[in-house]
Design a protein around this ligand. Structure first.
Ligand code: AMP
Ligand code: MG
Length: 416
């Protein structure tokens, strides 16, 4: 069986390694999206369009990192405790009224360091005397418990680089340097089609030989998580003329088109021919499993990704082609997820020259986590995605994996 289906692919020419496909994409695709300014509260997940240069230093002024007492090291005895009278008090949000000289000043976390002071003692390390003076221990250096102006971010430096996909911590940094809004790339408009005469909508009655379309739901959700505007373009029949018409029409109004199904070499697979007829084909077969038939084309300047029909192949090849393509189109800095090493809990044989992904769950064991392979590896088995935690990536040059071998695990949450 397996050999037969391999032969079916064989007359289509060489399989392209995933990295070569990514390099081609990087050459061919330029960012398209415009730029808009949005409030920080609306910027989570958006792509920063220009470097954010800090207008002020962070922190803006030298301040105390603790509740305690500020002093001048010149007043301290390096050999033993120093007794100093306490003069003045400064809390967060207020300026010191006195200068520290021959005395200590009560300070609170976040308060400006009073003039003359270059050290702060934590209140826990200080002994209060009956007359209100404090005894400060020896051994603390100048600068202790101080947060210097600009130590986090220097004024004029790049606080956030263009291309960053903004996360709450990035937005917090923008807020901390006083930016109320940020220039971000306009959301990409991505049109999603399914192809196949067998497909019906969930909720409709199912006829003989029909299945429900799950790929549009999958792709809508995955793309939605990326923060693009997903346009549901419905289902297309396995008919070349109507495919060509629909693709040509859709190319005009979208930044990217995505199809699933119909991209293989069967007589009923018309997507590749429709791309070639209406635009140009960049590649259409990748050395990846599950997957293989994955087309990248350009129709009237709009890129189109033709994903395979099987849902697991959509998920895996989408992560490797669609995800980086979205990044490229919106000027996003993106690196494929690195994952982390775990021990294999399974035996596996594979072909050289092809990258393979195994659906696994993780089991915690005394020696570390073990990747447990899902019992079903068919590319159409959707429950193999719902019952697992991520993918083990087996590189092109690997031939086999045995239990106990180190393998790279990529959680689903890092892929999309
Ligand atoms: P194809 O590449 O068109 O031959 O499709 C491969 C397999 O994926 C076939 O079993 C199709 O029925 C199935 N398939 C294609 N599109 C979808 C879809 N949108 N939802 C669920 N299964 C699909
Ligand atoms: Mg089909």
């Amino acid at each position: 069986m397996a050999q037969l289906s391999d032969d079916a692919f064989a007359f289509g020419g060489e399989l392209m390694p995933v990295d070569d496909a990514l390099a081609l994409m990087a050459q061919r695709v330029r960012p398209v999206a415009g730029v808009e300014r949005v409030a920080l509260s609306r910027a989570d997940g958006r792509i920063l369009a220009q470097d954010l240069v800090a207008a002020i230093p962070l922190p803006p002024f030298d301040n105390s990192a603790v509740d305690g007492y500020a002093a001048a090291t010149a007043d301290l005895d390096p050999a033993g405790p120093t007794r100093l009278p306490v003069r003045g008090r400064v809390a967060a949000g207020h300026a010191a009224q006195d200068v520290v000289s021959g005395s200590a000043m009560r300070v609170f976390t976040g308060a400006p360091v009073p003039p003359g002071a270059d050290i702060v003692f934590m209140q826990e390390d200080v002994t209060l005397q009956d007359d209100g003076a404090v005894s400060l221990p020896a051994g603390l250096r100048a600068g202790a418990n101080l947060r210097r102006a600009g130590e986090d971010v220097a004024a004029g430096s790049v606080a956030l680089p263009a291309g960053r996909r903004l996360r709450p911590q990035d937005l917090a940094l923008a807020a901390a340097v006083g930016a109320a809004e940020l220039p971000v790339r306009s959301a990409l408009r991505v049109g999603v089609f399914s192809t196949g005469d067998e497909l019906r909508e969930p909720g409709e009655p199912l006829g003989p030989a029909q299945i429900y379309d799950s790929n549009r739901t999958l792709l809508g959700g995955l793309l939605g998580r990326l923060g693009v505007t997903v346009v549901d373009l419905g289902r297309l029949p396995d008919d070349r003329a109507s495919l060509e018409r629909s693709l040509r029409d859709a190319a005009a109004g979208h930044d990217l088109l995505v199809t699933s199904g119909g991209v293989s070499t069967g007589e009923e697979d018309h997507v590749r021919a429709a791309i070639a007829a209406t635009g140009s084909l960049v590649f259409w077969r990748l050395a990846i499993k599950p997957g293989r038939p994955v087309a990248l084309g350009v129709i009237a300047g709009t890129p189109l990704v033709g994903l395979p029909g099987n849902p697991v192949a959509v998920f895996v090849t989408g992560a490797h082609v669609l995800r980086p393509l979205v990044a490229q189109l919106r000027g996003e800095t993106y690196a494929p997820p690195a994952g982390f090493p775990v021990r294999s809990g399974f035996d596996y044989r594979k072909k050289s020259g092809r990258r393979e992904y195994v659906r696994v769950s993780l089991q915690a064991e005394p020696g570390g986590h073990v990747a447990v392979k899902h019992p079903q590896d068919g590319a159409g088995v959707l429950s193999s995605l719902t019952e697992t935690a991520g993918l083990v990536e087996l590189p092109e040059d690997a031939l086999s994996v045995a239990p106990g071998d180190a393998v790279r695990f990529i959680p689903f949450g890092l892929l999309w």
